[in-house]
Ligand binder design. Structure first.
Ligand code: COA
Ligand code: AMP
Length: 648
């Protein structure tokens, strides 16, 4: 029997959490001013929330601070310069490096000095396209130091995706590396940056390239600057004071169209939320070791590899590897053992990958993980068997929690910072985190009853740290999040709340899917599939997958007269998606159909396609145009027709 979260004093837990939660909702002004006093400001804010003329909320207006100062210098001033800030553990290069707060600050201030020499100033944008190496973290913090706005692009995205972000963010600089390392190959980052710049309309003034010396080709453009040389000649610089409301970063995430959304994160609200969440959600203490096994290209990496652990004064682990195959399913446990990790965070898919290779957890027995207190899981729905397996094998509480790129920190969780906690109900991320008034709304905006499924929304104002707007697209911000239910932020997820207040997230209600914890847009994939010369019409849906949670599946109708072989179409479409979006999209299957199931008004019945693919029951809507097509698709899935689809 695995270690359960303490149950004996559950009533106490409810009081603690509920009192704090109520206060955060009823009196957010004072609740968050109290939390703001936990971080160092150059000028303290005099109020927490301000409602702007356009109806948007801002946090800690008037406050002045610097996020890089909070993450580094503040600890050094407190005598902690020699404590380890960052542990870089890279099974793919078989290397480990540890950097103290002083060392990290020196690297950051020097790079910031170099960037300043290249003309980067407060308010400029900088794109970072790098693998999981310390220089990626240094680059983020160097931007923060200057008050420049970084936008990290995940390495698994193709040049085309990078180009879209270059044109939207219009960076003065791009910081990259010569290469990244995947399980079976070297990823040449620099040529991808060159290709993206060629495709984009906007041209950055310089590209700073960190040479990893791994043998990848490193073409030298005339505007390329060698990272190491820049570090040698640059003078370290101090932090620049920024307003609490100034943007710290833009992080692009998949939306329901082909164009990603640039989520803006501010400096002040973000720093307060990061600090608060480490203590209250993750139950971790300064000086402890926190490991988020994610990537700096995702929000989890921004918040819980870089900013939160460093602002809170923890040691953070930067892991360049995979849960399996680098070299095997023991890697996670080795890292926890070697670095005395206290609290870990990963995606359920990573645990599923390990479980598949080592179902009995034999590797776990080889390591001492006595310091590990909690394993947090997020990024996708957590299935009960993964939750139970991890709890039983690791003998620590496993905590599923729900959040989004938009929120930047957890919205629903079992908050470990309170003295006592709630009993876990598999399938639920537990209760709303302080500051988030989570409600389930019906189509017409009225509140759903307990257990009635509806749209998951959060009553405004959202707490600090959450998105104040979208980069350069206020209209999309309003349309996508605020207009659906007046006075609420609409999350895009469906779910329900039970009689005890537990929140269950049942999945997206839009065209976004989660593939191995990576958020992707099926609309974006559809745009690529539709461009194939033999495709007349298509749709892409996310179907269930044992390992990745969901994988995309394309259904294509061929143009009249097309004689393309199914297998050729599949291989071409798969390549097109890899090229346009990146390998991370993981589209592997294309099914050729005569027609797509639609309503009489022409809406594709994606939900029904998903249900058929997943072998679930579905109701045929009365508005369906041609019910016959459903049995045709059903037959394809059941393997009764010759098609390109291979059954899972
Ligand atoms: N740079 C370049 N390519 C990348 C990449 C990166 N940073 N990350 C992934 N890719 C590529 C992979 O090499 C793979 O390419 P392939 O199709 O040629 O093999 C493809 O993108 C899909 O990658 P991935 O989704 O990682 O699948 P996988 O089969 O290699 O590994 C898991 C499966 C489950 C082990 C892996 O997805 C995983 O560790 N997931 C955890 C995700 C996570 O932490 N998410 C963050 C949210 S908390
Ligand atoms: P991202 O913006 O990449 O963090 O993805 C956010 C989306 O992932 C959410 O809107 C959910 O659909 C899904 N998600 C994240 N965490 C969970 C969770 N714990 N349970 C269910 N879905 C989750």
């Amino acid at each position: 029997m695995h270690k359960q979260i303490k149950q004996t004093t559950r009533t106490m837990a409810q009081i603690n959490y509920e009192q704090e939660f109520k206060r955060s909702i009823k009196d957010p002004e004072n609740f968050w001013m109290d939390q703001a006093s936990q971080i160092s400001w150059f000028q303290k804010p005099t109020r927490a929330i301000s409602k702007e003329a356009n109806g948007f909320y801002q946090w800690f207006k008037g406050g002045k601070l610097n996020t890089s100062y909070l993450a580094l210098d503040a600890h050094i001033e407190n005598g902690r310069g020699d404590d380890i800030a960052l542990i870089y553990d890279s099974p793919v290069t078989q290397s480990i490096a540890k950097h103290t707060y002083l060392e990290l600050r020196d690297m950051v201030s020097r790079l910031a000095g170099g960037m300043q020499r290249l003309g980067v100033e407060k308010g400029d944008t900088v794109i970072i396209y790098m693998p999981m190496i310390p220089q990626a973290v240094v680059s983020m913090l160097a931007c923060a130091r200057l008050g420049a706005i970084h936008s990290v692009v995940f390495g698994g995205f193709a040049p085309h995706e990078l180009a879209i972000r270059i044109d939207d963010a219009k960076p003065k600089l791009i910081i990259t590396a010569t290469s990244g390392i995947e399980v079976n190959r070297i990823i040449p980052y620099k040529p991808m940056v060159d290709e993206a710049i060629k495709t984009a309309t906007h041209s950055p003034e310089h590209v700073i390239v960190f040479n990893r010396k791994l043998g990848a080709i490193r073409p030298d453009g005339e505007n390329d600057i060698d990272y190491a040389t820049l570090m040698k000649i640059a003078d370290p610089v101090r932090w620049t004071e920024v307003d609490a409301t100034d943007p710290l970063y833009i992080l692009y995430t998949s939306g329901t169209t082909g164009k990603p959304k640039g989520i803006i994160r501010d400096n002040g609200g973000h720093a307060v939320a990061m600090h608060y969440s480490m203590k209250h959600v993750y139950g971790v203490n300064p000086r402890e070791v926190f490991w988020a096994a994610s990537d700096v290209g995702w929000v989890v990496g921004h918040s819980y590899i870089v900013y939160a652990p460093l602002i809170y004064g923890c040691t953070t682990v930067l892991f360049e590897g995979k849960p399996v195959r680098t070299p095997d399913a023991s890697t996670f446990w080795r890292v926890i053992n070697d670095h005395d990790v206290n609290v870990m965070f990963t995606a359920p898919t990573a645990i599923r990958a390990i479980k598949k290779e080592d179902p009995n957890g034999e590797f776990i027995k080889q390591f001492k993980m006595c310091n590990l207190r909690y394993l947090f899981l997020a990024g996708e729905r957590c299935d009960a068997s993964t939750l139970e397996w991890a709890g039983e094998k690791l003998n620590v509480p496993v905590i599923d929690h729900w959040w989004q790129t938009e929120s930047g920190w957890p919205i629903v969780a079992n908050m470990m910072g309170f003295e006592n906690h709630f009993e876990v109900k598999p399938g639920s991320a537990t209760k709303p985190v302080c500051g988030y008034d989570v409600q389930i709304l019906r189509e017409d905006g009225t509140q759903a009853q307990p257990r009635e499924e509806g749209y998951v929304a959060v009553k405004l104002p959202l707490p600090p740290g959450t998105l104040p707007n979208l980069w350069g697209d206020t209209e999309r911000f309003v349309k996508g999040y605020l207009q659906r239910f007046e006075g609420y932020y609409f999350s895009g997820d469906g779910g329900y709340i039970d009689e005890e207040g537990y929140v269950f997230i049942t999945g997206r209600v839009d065209d976004i899917i989660n593939v191995a914890g990576h958020r992707l847009s099926t609309a974006e994939m559809e745009e690529v599939v539709a461009k194939h010369p033999d495709v007349a019409e298509c749709c892409v849906v996310g179907i269930e997958d044992d390992l990745k949670g969901q994988v995309p599946l394309a259904l294509a109708v061929l143009k009249a007269g097309s004689e393309i072989e199914h297998f050729q179409l599949q291989s071409e479409v798969v390549n097109d998606v890899r090229k346009a979006i990146g390998p991370v999209a993981a589209l592997k299957k294309v099914l050729v159909v005569e027609r797509l199931p639609k309503t009489r008004s022409g809406k594709i019945l994606r939900k029904i396609i998903r249900a058929i693919a997943d072998g679930k029951e579905y109701n045929v809507p009365s508005t369906i145009d041609d019910p016959e097509i459903l049995s045709e698709i059903q037959n394809l899935f059941e393997g009764q027709m010759v098609g390109v689809f291979e059954k899972k």
